[in-house]
Design a protein. Structure first.
Length: 447
């Protein structure tokens, strides 16, 4: 039995993306919103809208009981969390289960497991995925951490067990730095996640960030290949593209991630993230149990609507595709057009006086922005996702240059100038890219 009405518990471009898919599927759309988003495109286009007024704008999207009550009042069969906010909150999923409302994503138990980086690391290692050498339990004593580091070799990295977004991470080069680094990471983890547990693992030098897109139905899993996400600032991605690997390596890692998803009974969309060292070896990083910002790259090169597939699985459908039906065609690149200072990456809120995004063959733009839109300073700075597709990577880059040159945004600072310079940069064009790309190319940000 399909859903009749789905509540979108999110805002911005992803809310609009989900809304459009619901319309394609003949499902009614409802949405929650705060005061700042009352005139936004997703709210204006939804069939039903429910305001959750709060003094702190974030609370409109983070108040679990208020969101659950909205779903009940609007008589929604299901809730789609998008990404961020409550998308990885096991308590939210449990509350929906208590009200007999479907959460479009994995179960609360699976979210809890994957949200604990130590437990997730152990589970994926048991499933056969490669992991970096490190601790199998939390570490709170500097002497224990030093002994482990001497065993696996410096440099090592301290990570928050409940972490994400690079918060509570610190690279340690020598034993004398451990005590202060450990306390700092514990403090940051406690402040950000309410959980001071940290663990230690080998730091991968010269690493590339590669992730795999997976869809599972609780029993079986298939993958849609990889995305390359190494161009980042402050551990947040700026440019994503795909494909990146050879067919043989894609099949090898793809088989492993499907095995990992099946081992925990995963249901829905998931992204398995890896670091790839300079020798080409892969090391499991984490699983993101939700739709990713960059799912759009995979949609362009495979031709499948991932958001729709995730909704169909949540409706109780078994996997509607076999692995050998997934094919990869051409190359796609995504640039995140954040409303930020392109030198310091500081958010730049304000009103968009002029706003034009490109179109045409091989170009896609996912955005909630429009002329007159007031970009709030209290939410994520993502303004638009600009994508280009080409038969080859070179063609996709060429098309992205054209698309960026056509883009007009006035009223806020943005990253279009930075993306345009990257498209011309020789290391980017020669695929000589690691997660240190931005810090190794300070000339791009005027430093």
């Amino acid at each position: 039995m399909g859903f009749k009405r789905v509540l979108i518990a999110n805002r911005g471009e992803i809310a609009l993306r989900i809304l459009r898919t619901l319309r394609d599927m003949g499902i009614e759309s409802a949405i929650i919103h705060g005061r700042e988003d009352r005139l936004s495109l997703p709210v204006r286009m939804a069939d039903f809208a429910h305001e959750i007024p709060r003094t702190n704008p974030l609370d409109s999207y983070l108040d679990i009981e208020a969101v659950v009550q909205a779903a009940k009042e609007l008589q929604c069969d299901a809730v789609h969390p998008g990404y961020g906010f409550l998308a990885e909150n096991a308590g939210f999923v449990k509350r929906l289960e208590e009200e007999n409302i479907t959460f479009i994503g994995p179960s609360a138990d699976v979210i809890s497991l994957l949200g604990d980086k130590i437990e997730a690391r152990a589970a994926m290692e048991n499933a056969g995925l490669p992991t970096a050498k490190g601790s199998s339990e939390p570490i709170s004593d500097a002497s224990v951490a030093i002994a482990l580091a001497e065993e696996i070799g410096y440099p090592v990295i301290i990570k928050a067990a409940a972490g994400g977004g690079g918060i509570g991470m610190q690279v340690v080069e020598e034993a004398s730095d451990f005590s202060s680094a450990l306390k700092l990471c514990q403090s940051r983890a406690k402040s950000a996640f309410g959980d001071e547990r940290v663990f230690v693992e080998k730091f991968i030098k010269g690493a590339q960030h590669v992730e795999f897109q997976v869809l599972a139905d609780g029993k079986s899993a298939i993958h849609f290949g990889e995305r390359f996400c190494s161009i980042q600032r402050r551990h947040q991605k700026l440019i994503e593209e795909g494909p990146w690997l050879t067919n043989e390596k894609r099949q090898e890692i793809g088989n492993l991630v499907c095995r990992g998803a099946e081992s925990v009974g995963y249901s829905g969309l998931a992204t398995f993230e890896f670091l790839r060292d300079e020798n080409g070896d892969f090391y499991f990083l984490e699983v993101n149990p939700r739709v990713q910002v960059e799912h759009t790259v995979t949609e362009l090169i495979t031709g499948h609507n991932l958001v729709e597939l995730g909704i169909r699985v949540a409706q109780g459908e078994s996997l509607m595709l076999e692995q050998d039906e997934i094919e990869w065609n051409g190359h796609a690149i995504q640039c995140r057009l954040n409303a930020e200072d392109p030198r310091e990456f500081v958010p730049s809120p304000g009103r968009l006086w002029e706003c034009h995004f490109p179109g045409g063959y091989g170009i896609r733009c996912d955005t909630h922005a429009h002329p007159g839109y007031e970009m709030p300073g209290c939410f994520d700075s993502l303004l638009a996702k600009l994508l280009t597709w080409g038969k080859t990577r070179e063609k996709a880059i060429s098309r992205m240059k054209t698309a960026l040159d056509e883009t007009i945004i006035t009223g806020v600072e943005h990253l279009v100038p930075l993306h345009r310079m990257i498209m011309d940069e020789k290391d980017f064009n020669s695929r000589d890219i690691t997660i240190q790309y931005i810090e190794n190319h300070q000339e791009l940000v005027g430093k």
